[in-house]
Write a protein that binds this ligand. Structure first.
Ligand code: URA
Length: 226
């Protein structure tokens, strides 16, 4: 891989920034200043240093995104904008894919990784990973409906697993589910004669949106997730 690409993918800076570091003699390759942007670097073998710091190429990468409305969860699509387009240049997109799925109009937390094993665990219903959604509703919700959502509702031939509901106000709830069927939250609310007008995922496993802004992306560690 080219040195400049390597540095961008390791998060050292944008393409123009890393080119500047190279021009300014700030990048060492195998102990020697390297002025060649296109120098071939072996991700595992070559010692690359910037400001005395060893730059490490990660085999497995994890990023969280604050998804916004209007993007479908897919790696590519002929017609629609995909969540991949929300990832900035510094994100190493090689083999990266979104874990699970948020609808085009759903906002909030979406994880990306190239770690297929972890992704599989996270979406497996057996793993019981918490997903908490903020749901704004068309109609007011009563205790009876909350009780039904918590016990399980029929979403078209499938009875949902027990869930937890926290009522924020008459038309807003936090819904905690451990599974992720297609359009699950929207179907659950439909099953209790209501309708979702806004949906945002705020928690996924141990991950939260913290103080992230819409469209923001942060690199995270595997240990942050489960
Ligand atoms: N449930 C839905 O209905 N939509 C989502 O995007 C996520 C969960």
């Amino acid at each position: 891989m080219r040195l400049d690409k390597f540095l961008v993918e390791c998060g050292v800076g944008s393409r123009s920034e890393v080119k500047k570091y190279i021009t300014n003699n700030e990048i060492y390759v195998d102990g020697v200043i390297c002025k060649d942007n296109s120098k071939n670097v072996d991700e595992k073998e070559t010692l690359v240093e910037y400001l005395g710091r060893k730059i490490i190429y990660k085999e497995f990468r994890y990023y969280k995104l604050y998804k916004v409305d209007g993007y479908i969860t897919a790696t590519e699509d002929k017609k629609e904008k995909t969540v991949m387009e929300l990832l900035p240049e510094w994100v190493n997109k090689k083999d990266l894919f979104p874990v699970g799925r948020l609808d085009k109009d759903t906002e909030g937390l979406l994880l990306f990784t190239n770690d297929g094993k972890l992704a599989h665990e996270l979406i497996s219903p057996k793993k019981h990973v918490d997903k908490i959604y903020r749901v704004i509703l068309r109609n007011e919700i009563g205790e009876g409906e909350i009780d039904r959502l918590e016990k399980g509702v029929d979403i078209g031939g499938y009875i949902t697993q027990p869930a937890k509901v926290e009522k924020v106000n008459e038309k807003e709830i936090l819904l905690n589910i451990k599974e992720g069927k297609f359009h699950q939250v929207k179907k659950m609310l439909k099953a209790v004669n209501n309708e979702v007008t806004y949906l945002k995922r705020e928690i996924f496993g141990k991950l939260t949106l913290e103080d992230m802004q819409p469209r923001e992306v942060r690199e995270i560690e595997k240990e942050d997730i489960l």
